[in-house]
Write a protein that binds this ligand. Structure first.
Ligand code: ZN
Length: 465
């Protein structure tokens, strides 16, 4: 059994910051010991990693990615191979991606399709949520089977009529089913019916630039949908996880629900914390790079999101990684913002951007690890296998240099997309080495992993219930 010792670093988890040496045996954390103690010095090892001056972190868990997702006649540019490699470069060792049910087809068929895309190609471990596009008697029954086999969360959409949209009745039925089988409903909370009216009116009036994407997807329509989702979940007696919360008033809805003691959870993403409608309004067609839904909001929303993350009104930061190249993909929407594929690249930079938030004073180090590693693992039934450094946990470990400076750029990133949403941004902190189940994937800033190392993760149910 191969043994690795990581010595000299500061181990940071959601609950502790301790100077400790870490022993890894057979792909799992075997022990932690204070440096220099008999226990630590007696460890024999095949590999020793010097982490002096570094943080030793649990690998990141990105619970919201869309590798090679079909959208608007094209596909997200990262495959499971390139996307999970980029994730590893950024210190993320687990992703939970979304398998999609096609209208009129079974959940099983959708799930099988996504398994086939990912199998043998991933650099790090992965699980699946299921997107429910067609709620009917047979797909409701299938939900039970999926929960039993480890696909324990189901995303529904109040947006995108004619594509993924479910009406309130279908949403209620899915929530009722989830309340009985332990599943967690994840909601894209925007009033898509009203948004489509505003889209049509904007285009008819010649407002076709990317900035109008943000304009028509009103804060009020995110807040209204969030409120409605909470009430439907309450009626169904089901828990609710609201994905990609971007608006201050939506945070208020989640906070109010939690204050009542309802099992309601919220996720936000780096783009809402670091970017704004200023980006959507960039001249030329540049704003298309920032088209995603929910949309970027005016800058003043950011402080509410940071506060929500500090006070646990929001629990998780995921990326909603769904990259489309500017050239040839985003360009499909020149002259009509509604044809710009929705989504942004981000899987590689979540850990770094959130570390910058530690440097900037928005978050503590432990809260950084909590929202990026531990909480997503708990939320989606992967803890403590993933999300922490403790005996028995998978040895998914990031050696992180908190003082390294880097400039984020498409020239140097590893995602298969021709632009960076954070081009030229200087951040402090960088991944040095990444282990996945004890095996080096990144070693001193070189990729040493391989497609197929990553294995599929059947998940348990939400651990906050
Ligand atoms: Zn998404």
């Amino acid at each position: 059994m191969s043994r690795t010792v990581i010595h000299g670093g500061l181990v940071v988890t959601a609950s502790d910051e301790i100077h400790a040496d870490v022993l890894i045996e057979g792909g799992r954390i075997a022990a932690l010991a204070a440096p220099g103690t008999d226990a630590a010095t007696s460890w024999s090892a095949d590999r020793r990693i010097d982490a002096t001056g570094m943080y030793v972190l649990p690998g990141g868990v990105d619970a919201h990615t869309h590798m090679e997702m079909p959208f608007g006649g094209t596909y997200a540019a990262d495959t499971f191979e390139t996307g999970t490699r980029a994730a590893a470069w950024g210190g993320t060792t687990t992703i939970v991606d979304f398998a999609i049910q096609t209208m009129g087809r079974s959940l099983r068929e959708g799930l099988d399709t996504w398994h086939a895309k990912a199998d043998g190609r991933c650099a790090v471990d992965y699980g699946f949520h299921m997107i429910l596009s067609d709620v009917n008697e047979s797909s409701l029954k299938e939900m039970d089977r999926l929960v039993a086999e480890g696909v324990t969360s189901f995303k529904l959409f109040m947006a995108y009529p004619g594509v993924f949209y479910s009406d309130d009745g279908r949403i209620l039925r899915a929530m009722q089913r989830a309340s009985g089988n332990g599943g967690l409903v994840m909601m894209h909370a925007e009033n898509g019916i009203a948004i489509d009216v505003l889209v049509e009116q904007a285009l008819a009036e010649g407002r076709t630039d990317p900035r109008y994407h943000g304009d028509v997807r009103k804060v009020a329509l995110e807040a209204e949908a969030t409120h409605r989702a909470v009430q439907l979940a309450r009626v169904a007696g089901a828990p609710l996880y609201v994905v990609h919360v971007s608006a201050d008033e939506a945070v208020d809805e989640i906070a109010a629900a939690r204050h009542k003691g309802l099992p309601v959870f919220g996720e936000t993403c780096p783009q809402y914390l670091f970017l704004s409608t200023d980006n959507l309004a960039e001249p030329g067609f540049e704003g298309a790079k920032y088209v995603c839904s929910t949309p970027l909001r005016p800058r003043e929303h950011q402080e509410v999101l940071w506060r929500g993350l500090r006070t646990n009104e929001l629990q998780v930061v995921s990326t909603d990684h769904c990259p489309f190249c500017f050239s040839g993909q985003k360009e499909m929407g020149r002259g009509d913002f509604s044809k710009i594929p929705n989504g942004m690249p981000g899987v590689e930079h979540r850990m770094d951007l959130l570390h910058q938030a530690v440097v900037d004073g928005h978050l503590s180090r432990r809260r950084w690890v909590e929202i990026a590693c531990a909480s997503p693992a708990r939320m989606f039934g992967l803890y403590p296998k993933k999300g922490t450094i403790a005996p028995g946990a998978d040895a998914d470990v990031v050696i992180y240099d908190p003082g390294a400076e880097q400039t984020i750029s498409a020239e140097t990133h590893h995602m298969a997309v021709d632009y960076s949403a954070y081009e030229g941004r200087r951040v402090t902190g960088q991944v040095r080495t990444v282990l996945s189940r004890g095996v080096p994937v990144i070693e001193d800033r070189a990729y040493v992993g391989h497609a197929g190392h990553g294995t599929y993760l059947p998940r348990g149910t939400c651990q906050y219930l």
